[in-house]
Write a protein that binds this ligand. Structure first.
Ligand code: C2E
Ligand code: CA
Ligand code: CA
Length: 526
């Protein structure tokens, strides 16, 4: 649709001009009536002006006056518009809450450094991500969160060297661009100071709000295609720091990118594998000491990876925990193991590992009960192994879960004893049925007197609390004999059999099989 704006503008202008001409004519009329022109012309122009010339002059003066006024108004509007544009620009380049540069301005600053100086002097980008900011926000509300963000911004400004830029990139993510005139010396100190200053509490409404910071550092070099690439590198380094324990910093290395990609691929593959039930239960024999008679098995997860072969839990259990799929993996394994073990002699127990995270689930015992019911596996044959790290989270919740599992008839073993807190308090507070002595102790008992004394004390402690003990990782006859002599009831380790798939376990249990004991060298590879 054609706009009618120009037409109305022309009309408006014509109307205004007409009005001004009329005003000029009116002035002329008034001038004639009062005889003013005779006096003026007599005085200034020596009677040379005619009345018509005076009319034109009046009209011209009216037009000139109006256009002068108009140009003043226009100029004022332009100045106002310029100021508004500048303000809009400033808003668009700064973070409204903290007043720091925003992502856009920060990227421009990095880009400018890359272009104008050919990356000289050396500059570094710090990507600062707050730790534990979410709990502050959730617990005290957004006003408290904002107070923390503003305090962090102030602290960053305080540490910002000359010609540096501090920015809030969004959320709880900040960045600094720092020119290192004297080389990279002093950078580590600066980063440590930044981390320490952020860790200092923020006072808000009589509350001490505490957050931390993990920092990723990268140097701005010609290798980075653009400012985004610089920030990406700092981000990878920061992510590495988060993974390795927060409240710290990491400097970017070119291998990080590849690692991160590999990790993302691994996560995606693991998700698919867990959903498709591709994680398989392997079984490791547990024997009575000293008879070496098989009394049960421990279920250990294995992943038959399509390209990487058989993977042990160290490759994927922690990843499954991080992506929140450990419970799915665990229940699927327990279900398969219960189905497998149903076919085995009824006296054999099945020990399953349950991750600390799973003990936070109030429905854990119900879920296990439902698997037992579904598979028809007797609860008395099941043993749940937990590590001490599960106990430090919420002791009351853990106690409730343990009690309800034990009420079903399931037994509970404290796994890896000696590696964690090994607290007597836990042993007294919670009722376990079994202690499993970690293999790091077991394999050294015959070599170190000190170790031997410690393990002896653990076995005695267990029996004084009415617990039976299993020694893990028995690899030699010597340690098996030693354990048995100290009164350790059960043993597990390569001496008695490596973890093996269901088929190998079936062979082992087959009375027609002459094998009797498992060939430790072949079982894992089956
Ligand atoms: P764990 O529960 O302490 O299991 C015993 C580990 O010691 C197993 O390693 C087993 O293969 C290894 N082992 C047994 N005997 C010997 C021995 O004589 N010598 C040596 N050097 N090693 C021996 P694996 O299968 O790699 O499992 C490692 C850990 O992964 C397990 O330690 C357990 O904590 C965890 N894990 C395994 N399966 C699961 C699972 O389904 N869920 C959870 N949450 N954790 C699991
Ligand atoms: Ca275990
Ligand atoms: Ca263990």
């Amino acid at each position: 649709m054609p706009s009618d704006k120009p037409i109305s503008w022309v009309r408006g202008e014509m109307y205004e001009t007409l009005c001004l001409l009329v005003i000029g004519a009116c002035c002329w009329l008034i001038g004639i009536t009062l005889g003013a022109f005779e006096r003026i012309s007599g005085f200034i122009l020596a009677n040379t002006l005619t009345d018509f010339l005076m009319l034109a002059t009046c009209m011209g003066l009216a037009l000139l006056g109006a256009s002068t006024r108009k140009s003043f108004v226009l100029r004022r509007i332009m100045l106002e518009r310029d100021a508004a544009a500048k303000q809009a620009e400033a808003i668009a380049r700064h973070d409204a809450l903290t007043g720091l540069a925003n992502r856009r301005l920060f990227l421009e600053a990095v880009e400018q450094h890359q272009k104008s100086t050919g990356c000289e002097p050396l500059a570094a980008v710090l990507l600062i991500d707050l730790d534990r900011f979410k709990p502050v926000n959730d617990l005290y509300g957004h006003a408290a969160g904002n107070a923390v963000l503003c305090a962090v911004a102030e602290r960053l400004q305080a540490h910002l060297p000359r010609q540096g830029t501090a920015a809030r990139l969004g959320g709880d993510e900040f960045a600094m661009l720092i020119q290192l005139e004297a080389g990279s010396e002093g950078l580590v100190r600066l980063v440590e100071q930044v981390i320490a200053s952020i860790a200092a509490p923020v006072l808000w409404n009589d509350n001490e709000l505490k957050v931390g910071a993990t920092v990723g550092v990268t140097f701005v070099t010609a290798e980075h295609a653009d400012a985004d690439a610089v920030l990406h590198a700092a981000d990878l380094a920061m992510y590495q720091g988060k993974k390795e324990g927060r409240g710290t910093f990491r400097v970017f290395k070119s291998t990080m990118d590849a690692e991160l990609r590999a990790r993302a691929q691994m996560e995606a593959e693991l998700r698919v594998a867990i959903e498709a039930g591709e994680i398989e239960p392997f079984y490791q024999p547990v024997v009575a000491l000293p008879s070496k008679e098989l009394i049960g098995v421990e279920v250990l997860a294995r992943w038959r990876h399509p390209t990487r072969g058989l993977l042990s839990p160290s490759h994927f259990i922690a990843v499954a925990e991080e992506i929140g799929m450990i419970a799915d993996l665990s229940y699927s394994l327990i279900r398969r193991a219960c189905l497998d073990a149903r076919e085995w002699p009824a006296h054999l127990t099945l020990a399953v590992n349950v991750a600390p995270q799973q003990f936070q689930d109030a429905w854990l015992s119900e879920r296990i009960l439902s698997i037992l019911t579904e598979t028809g596996f007797p609860p008395e044959r099941l043993e749940v192994e937990i590590t001490e790290s599960a106990l430090i989270q919420d002791l009351d919740a853990t106690r409730r879960t343990l009690t309800s599992l034990q009420n079903l008839g399931v037994r509970i073993a404290l796994d890896d004893f000696g590696t964690g807190y090994s607290s007597l308090y836990h042993l007294r507070e919670l009722k376990f049925d079994k202690l499993k002595i970690d293999r790091t102790y077991v394999d050294s008992v015959t070599m170190s007197d000190e170790r031997a004394k410690l393990v002896d004390a653990i076995i005695k402690l267990g029996s004084s609390l009415g617990l039976v003990t299993t020694a893990e990782g028995i690899e030699t006859e010597a340690s098996s004999n030693w354990m048995s002599d100290q009164g350790c009831e059960f043993g597990q380790g390569y001496l008695f059999g490596k973890p093996m798939p269901k088929a190998a376990m079936n062979d082992l249990l087959d009375p027609r099989s002459a094998q009797g004991a498992v060939d430790a060298t072949t079982s894992e590879a089956a």
